[in-house]
Design a protein around this ligand. Sequence first.
Ligand code: 6PG
Length: 251
Amino acid sequence: MKQPNIYIFDTPADAAKAIAQLILNRVSEKQNLSYAFNLAISGGKTPETLFGILANDFAEKIPWHQLRLFWVDERCVPPTHPESNFGMTNETLLKKVDLPRKNIFRMKGEAAPEEEAIRYQSVLTKELPSKNGIPVFNLILLGMGNDGHTASIFPKDMDLIDNHLSVAVTRHPDTGQKRITLTGPVLKQAEEIIFFITGAQKASILKEMLLNEPSAKKYPAFHISSAAEKTSFYLDKEASALLPKEIQSAI
Ligand code: 6PG
C-alpha cells in the first residue's frame, strides 16, 4: 500500500481552504509551463464547502483559463435537477468565476446513460494525455460514501476497480438511481488524488482503510487510495476521530 498523506483540520472549511490553496499552487505551476491543468471533481455534499471557498476567496487568484474541469461521476438527471453534480457545481462555483465555458467538460446526466458513458470516454481520450492507453488527470478530487464507495463505484461494483473502460454506468444500491462514473484505472492513474472526507459517519471506515485493516478490502475507496501514485486525505476532526494521533502528516 502506497502511504497516503493524512491532513487533519478542525473544520471542513479549514480543510477546504487548504485544498483550494493546493489547487491554486498546482494550476500556477502549470501556468508557468504553459500547460493546461486537468482536474476532475466529485459531487455529493462535501465539495460544496470547497467550491464556495474557491468562488469567494480564490476567484481572482486562480488563473481559470489554465484549468480544465471534468467530472468523476454524475447522477443520471438533468443539470437543473437538485441531485445533479454539475448543477451543484454550477450554482456554488461556475457561475461565480471566469472559467471559460470551453474548459468545462460535464457529464450529460440527461442523456441515455450507456451512450453518455461512451461519449465521455471519447472526450477523455481526445482531451487528456494518456499512459498505457488510460487517460491521465493532473488531479482528481474524491469523496467517500458511508459504505466506502468513491466516485459512483459502490461495494457491489468491484469489477470496475480494474476495468478496461474508463467510464461506466452503475446504479446507486439503495435508490437504484443510474450513475455515470470514471472507473478504477483512470482514478488510480491520476498524477495526484485528494480525498476530501468529513463527518463522524465516515470515521470507522477511514480507520479500517488508513490502518490497512483486512476488512478495508470491501471498500472501493481503499482500492483507489492504496494504488494511486500520490494520495492525500484531507479530513476534519470528526472523520479522523478514530485515527491514532501519530498517523497525521505535517501539512
Ligand atoms: C456523488 C459523489 C460520491 C460522493 C460520496 C460522498 O456523486 O455522490 O461523487 O462519490 O463523493 O457519495 O458524498 P458526500 O460528500 O455527500 O458525503
